[in-house]
Each structure stands twice: as C-alpha cells, then as structure tokens.
Write a protein that binds this ligand. Structure first.
Ligand SMILES: [Zn+2]
Length: 377
C-alpha cells in the first residue's frame, strides 16, 4: 500500500524506494552465486568506494548465468552514482548476450535498461523498454513504471489506461480511486468546456469515485455552460462535503443563480455558506466574487457577518485593527484580496503557495495541498 501510494504520487521518494528494492534483490542473488567476489565488492561498497566496486565486479568475465549477476550489480551501482551512460552500455550488452531461449534474463536486462533510461531522463526510451515486458515476470513492475512515466509526461489517456490495468493486476494494493478520478479530470481538461468528450471523462471520474470534489465542480461547470443552472447547483451541492474546498463555490453559486434570475437568492446562499463554514480562503473567495458582481456596498454586511463568527477574530487580530469603524471591513477585505499569503500548504512535502492545486507542483502528490492557518497566525 505504502509503496503504491508513493509510486503513483510520483514523488522523488518513490525512486529511492524502487532502487532500494532492485539493489537488495540483485545483491542477494549475486552473493549466493559468487560469494567470494561479492564479499570483496560489498567491502568496497561499505567503505563508500562504489565506483571502484563496480569496476571490480566488471573485471569478472561475463558468462551467462552466475557472473551476469555481478555485471547487473555493477551496472546498478553505476546508475546509482549517476553514470547512466555506462549502465546503459552494460545492460544493452547483457540483453544482447542473453540466449534467445533465456527469456527471463532478457527481460531482466530490459527492465534494468528501462530504469537507466528513466533515471537519465530519456522517458521515451524507458517507455519502450517497459512496454516490452507485458508478458514477463516484470510485468507488474513495468506497468508501475509506465504509469509513473505517463504521470510525469502528463499523458492522461495513457495514465488512465495504466492505472486501470494496475488495479486489475494487483487488487491487493487497493489503489485509491480518488487518484483515478483526478486522472480523468486531467484528461477532461484537454477538451473544450462544452464538449461531449469532456462530459464523458468527468462522468467516468464520478463513476470511479462519486465523491470527487474536483469532478463534481467541473461537471457542474459543464452543466452551467449548457444552460442548466439548476443541474449545475446539484453537482456543486454534492461537492460540499469537504470544508477545506468550499472556497471554490461562491463564484459558481452566484453565476448559476444569476442565470436563473435569482441574484439575491445567490447572495443569500454564499452569505450562509460563509457564516456556517468560515475559513480565510472562503472569506477571500466570497469577497472577491461578491465584489465583482455586486460592488463594495453589498460586500460590507457580508464581511460584518463573517466577523461575528468566532474564527474571524483571529483574522481581525492579525490585521491589528482594533477600532470598530467601517474601515475595518474595508481593510479586512483589502488584506484578503491583495495579500492572500501562502495560505495553502502541501501536507506531504511542506510546499507553500497562495493558490490551491489538486496535485502538489513540488512532490506531485494528489490532494495533499490544504489550507493552513499561517495567514492568520
Ligand atoms: Zn508536496
């Protein structure tokens, strides 16, 4: 489960995990087949002389079976040290040398070669290697790396396909469906807002995970573009279950109610939302949406109402404004609009941003960016 989450999140940590697995597996097998030479090599590795260890292992003459393991360990060490060119040469040679009848040895060399290309940044060549392994015992690992590559290259159609295949092949991993919904949403964004394709992808996202806030918001947007304001509101109402994401609603609600000729009712809705679920981001989003559609006059009672809520005291103090004049509201509003601060923080890597994103731009984890209270501390 843990490995799966790391791998699909696309973080750099996943690489460490992947290569730790590869190395351990290779070392144990090589040590069993050539104990003396490996003992010497391990001594060099232990004392930090990894390149020397690699050269030492490569001195052993290659022959199919036993000593090819030593070359695999050597190449793995070289890759670890960033010597991708040499690792690639060795793995190519091992692949070519593997007897036609030894499909397993060929597959292993191909897999390792794919990892070399991947680490060196030649993602298209890596993809080619991993694609050849569908019928080998490396099929699952190769599929995982392919998914990784599709996420990196933002090839969403291919990523959805790989994710579904992984789910089928490894039901024990319990792949989170929320991520599959994200992949469909990304794919949907490649199509025009009013297009049939976009709606199809978003419906697939909701089929994968009916609670997906992102898919519900986007699907509601499509309904609104198509002129179905009431339908749009139904989708958005279903998206209210995550308090930290409510700030995405005010603009949408106001526009939908305006389309239904119920402007005032829309205003009452967003006021109520803010009163019930105050957060700095929701306050900022509400202020912005109301100001651009109603003007400053309408904004004042809204902010006043928000100030009555207990949590707003923190924002109030943060501004160090203690006078009770109308200016307070104006200042609070201005502060929220002009300096939103780095209000969002990735719970996975700590990255801070003034904007929300579904996938952390730094560690690439999904749904890890949350509102933090730093701006009102
Ligand atoms: Zn992050």
């Amino acid at each position: 489960m843990q490995g799966w989450l790391l791998a699909v999140s696309g973080g750099f940590f996943a690489l460490g995990w992947i290569f730790a697995m590869v190395r351990q597996h290779l070392l144990i097998r090589a040590a069993a087949r050539a104990p003396q030479r490996m003992a010497e090599a391990i001594e060099k590795i232990r004392s930090g002389r990894r390149l020397e260890a690699a050269d030492f292992l490569l001195e052993s003459e290659y022959s199919p079976g036993g000593t090819s393991d030593l070359h695999l360990v050597a190449a793995s060490l070289l890759r670890e040290q960033g010597e991708y060119g040499r690792a690639i040469q060795i793995h190519k040679r091992l692949r070519a040398a593997a007897a036609a009848s030894d499909a397993d040895a060929r597959a292993q060399a191909t897999y390792e070669l794919g990892l070399d290309y991947f680490m060196a940044g030649f993602l298209d060549l890596a993809e080619e290697c991993f694609r050849q392994l569908a019928d080998s015992r490396y099929a699952d690992q190769a599929m995982e790396k392919l998914l990784f590559i599709h996420l990196r290259t933002r090839s969403w159609a291919a990523a959805v396909d790989a994710y579904r295949k992984m789910e089928e092949a490894r039901p024990d991993l319990q792949a989170p469906r929320s991520i599959l919904a994200h992949l469909y949403c990304e794919w949907a964004s490649e199509f025009d807002r009013a297009s049939r394709e976009r709606i199809e992808k978003l419906d697939s996202a909701l089929q994968a995970w009916p609670q997906s806030v992102r898919a519900l918001l986007l699907r509601g947007d499509c309904a609104l573009v198509a002129g179905d304001a009431a339908g749009a509101c139904e989708y958005w109402n279903r998206a209210r279950w995550q308090p930290g994401l409510l700030f995405m609603l005010p603009e949408r609600i106001l526009d939908a109610y305006a389309k239904m000729d119920k402007k005032q009712e829309g205003f009452d809705q967003v006021s109520q939302l803010l009163a019930e679920h105050y957060s700095p981001a929701l306050l900022a989003a509400t202020c912005q949406a109301v100001r651009t559609r109603f003007g400053n006059k309408q904004l004042m009672p809204l902010v006043e109402k928000a100030l009555d809520a207990k949590e707003v005291t923190a924002a109030y103090e943060w501004l160090e404004v203690h006078s009770q004049n109308d200016d307070v509201y104006h200042k609070l509003h201005q502060a929220m609009l002009s300096d939103p601060g780095k209000r969002f923080r990735c719970t996975s890597c700590g990255y801070r941003s003034s904007h929300h994103s579904w996938q952390c731009p730094q560690c690439l984890a999904w749904d890890s960016v949350e509102q933090s209270d730093a701006s009102v501390e």
